[in-house]
Design a protein around this ligand. Structure first.
Ligand code: ARG
Length: 589
């Protein structure tokens, strides 16, 4: 379905043409003076030079041609040459009717359906998820859903950090604690036990302990490095133990992500790239790109236009070990060959920017991807506490994601049970969880991803203002009106939208009209915050209309049904938006 602004720009273009000017000048935008008009066109200003005429003369000529337009109820030329516009109620109403009937409310399928891999989450095995992992999961999930809604084939991959030194550290510590385990017995040839020799909580305690020891004790670090190498070169016992570590950790991660309504299609990790590394290294060597520098194998990635320092990308260290960039490059090979990706989107902390610039450049230079393959890195900012420093627990430690979610749920439960005495505790907790998730996700997504933001539980959980709970509250309010309408014995089927009667109703309708354009730009720009801004405006427009209108008491049935149709569409659009943002609304709250 054509976008609303495109349609009215076309009409404006016809006005320009009829007056003897070029149609391209008729580009219409939303008014930046809503007190004066709904839309505006600055084409007369732009045309002044070409036509050697004062802009106001052009604007006057055009306005005259639009006096009986089917689209504009008002097109007035104002000094120095703007065209101030209002759109006819009938035109808005017809557009909304088409939108309500259209698939995906008028969002067109993509011209070319792409296969997009979204690499997000990125947790490291055996370390508990902490608040730093929240953003990657929340933003990535939304980007995945937005692209899917648009109609692309989207694959979400968690890309576990399951290779490298951290695994060696854990194995070293386990060996120190339980040397009797068969995994450490080189002469053991039997079957290893099915059951892991540790629990998640043990595992979570082991990693920080080992990491602490290795910083203090060089011999310990040496042992961990050796264990890493031994794991990577395929030691049978180490591999078996490592599989346990992953299995235990992944089961726990799945639970955590599912609490966040985050779901991955692939649970691959850095380790899956390992078998592809020798082939990758050969390709880089054969193409002449990789060369030896101080014993390491590197690829130059500097470009003339660089303003920042851009060191070469290290492929292999002097001891032959692969690095973060190496596994990422090998993973690209996998995604190209096995998933046939057209586009790769990565979510990671914005401090990793240089890493991704290096990796992308090597991938392009070495032809691991085609020149058309899109490689996009979405670097996100830090989640800070109210003091403006990275979010911590009250004691100053790293906050586990689990506890953060628990705190929000508690706060939400307190609010829900305060206002709804009629709910059982179980119901109130269930509702609190749904609202809590909206508070967390909306609080995060409403900021542009690259910016740092302050995680403010009080503000995020508020039912008023630019928050998730406010959006849910609006949806629930509409649901309740629709239910009451049905209780009056009337049906929600075959409702027909009517032309707006008043200003707030028209504002709501116009806000709905921009849905498909908004969704497309959120998708193209990987910008979930645009959806948040849109639904906040939409919710405000609805609430203003609602406060001015006695919908359920209206006696004119046709008028009432028109309003109900408008409410239904508003609700559906809001629900679609929160779904792509990654949360949902309860039936009541
Ligand atoms: N595990 C990494 C970290 O904790 C994030 C992974 C991001 N994805 C990637 N393909 N490099 O920093």
């Amino acid at each position: 379905m054509k976008k609303f602004l495109e349609l009215i720009s076309e009409e404006m273009g016809k006005g320009f043409e009829a007056a003897g000017y070029e149609a391209q000048l008729g580009r219409v935008t939303v008014s930046n003076r809503p007190d004066l008009c709904e839309y505006q066109c600055n084409g007369a200003m732009a045309g002044a030079k070409k036509y050697h005429k004062a802009p106001i003369m052009i604007a006057n000529d055009v306005a005259e041609k639009l006096t009986d337009s089917a689209v504009f109820s008002e097109a007035s030329a104002v000094a120095p040459g703007f065209l101030n516009l209002k759109v006819k109620d009938s035109f808005v109403c017809e557009y909304l009717k088409e939108m309500a009937a259209a698939e995906k409310f008028g969002v067109e399928p993509p011209e070319k359906k792409k296969t997009i891999v979204v690499d997000y989450g990125g947790p490291n095995v055996a370390k508990p998820l902490h608040v730093g992992h929240l953003r990657s999961a929340v933003i990535g999930e939304s980007i995945k859903r937005i692209n899917r809604y648009k109609g692309h084939r989207v694959i979400g991959d968690v890309h576990l950090g399951d290779w490298g030194l951290q695994m060696g550290l854990i194995i070293t510590e386990l060996k120190a604690r339980k040397p009797e385990l068969p995994y450490f017995d080189e002469s053991f040839t039997g079957e290893y036990p099915q059951e892991a020799p540790f629990t998640v909580s043990e595992l979570e305690e082991i990693y920080p302990t080992a990491s602490g020891k290795s910083k203090e004790d060089p011999a310990y670090k040496e042992a961990a490095l050796e264990a890493t190498l031994r794991l990577q070169s395929g030691d049978r016992g180490y591999r078996a133990l490592w599989k346990h570590i992953i299995a235990v950790s992944v089961a726990d991660l799945k639970k955590n992500y599912s609490n966040l309504d985050v779901e991955f299609d692939l649970w691959k990790g850095e380790s899956d790239a390992d078998p592809l590394i020798p082939g990758l290294v050969n390709r880089l060597k054969e193409s002449g790109l990789a060369y030896e520098s101080q014993g390491a194998l590197v690829v130059d990635v500097k470009e003339d236009t660089d303003t920042k320092e851009m060191p070469p990308c290290i492929i292999l260290k002097s001891d032959g070990a692969a690095l973060y960039a190496t596994t990422d490059l090998a993973t690209i090979v996998d995604r190209m060959e096995n998933l046939h990706a057209d586009s790769l989107i990565y979510l990671a902390d914005k401090r990793q920017e240089m890493h991704f610039v290096q990796v992308f450049r090597v991938a392009k230079k070495a032809g691991l991807v085609t020149p058309e393959t899109e490689l996009k890195y979405v670097g996100f900012g830090t989640m800070n506490g109210k003091d403006g420093k990275p979010f911590k627990t009250r004691e100053g430690g790293v906050m586990r994601l689990e506890y953060l979610i628990r705190d929000i749920d508690e706060e939400m439960y307190r609010k829900v049970s305060e206002s709804r005495h009629d709910l059982s505790e179980e119901e109130a907790r269930k509702i609190a969880k749904i609202i809590g998730l909206s508070a967390i996700k909306y609080g995060d997504l409403s900021n542009q991803a690259s910016k740092d933001y302050i995680f403010d539980i009080d503000r995020f959980t508020s039912f008023e203002g630019d928050t998730g709970p406010y959006i849910l509250y609006t949806i629930v309010r509409i649901k309740s009106i629709l239910a009451k309408y049905q209780e009056q014995g009337k049906s929600l089927e075959n409702l027909c939208l009517e032309e707006a009667q008043g200003a707030s109703e028209k504002d709501l309708m116009r806000q709905l009209c921009s849905f498909n354009a908004m969704m497309d730009s959120a998708c193209e720009e990987t910008a979930p915050h645009k959806i948040c801004a849109y639904i906040y405006d939409l919710a405000n427009a609805f609430n203003k209309f609602y406060h001015e209108t006695k919908i359920l008491a209206e006696e004119d049935q046709k008028k009432q049904a028109g309003w109900i149709a408008l409410l239904k569409l508003t609700k559906e659009v809001l629900e679609t938006c929160i779904d792509v943002l990654g949360f949902s609304a309860p039936d009541r709250m």
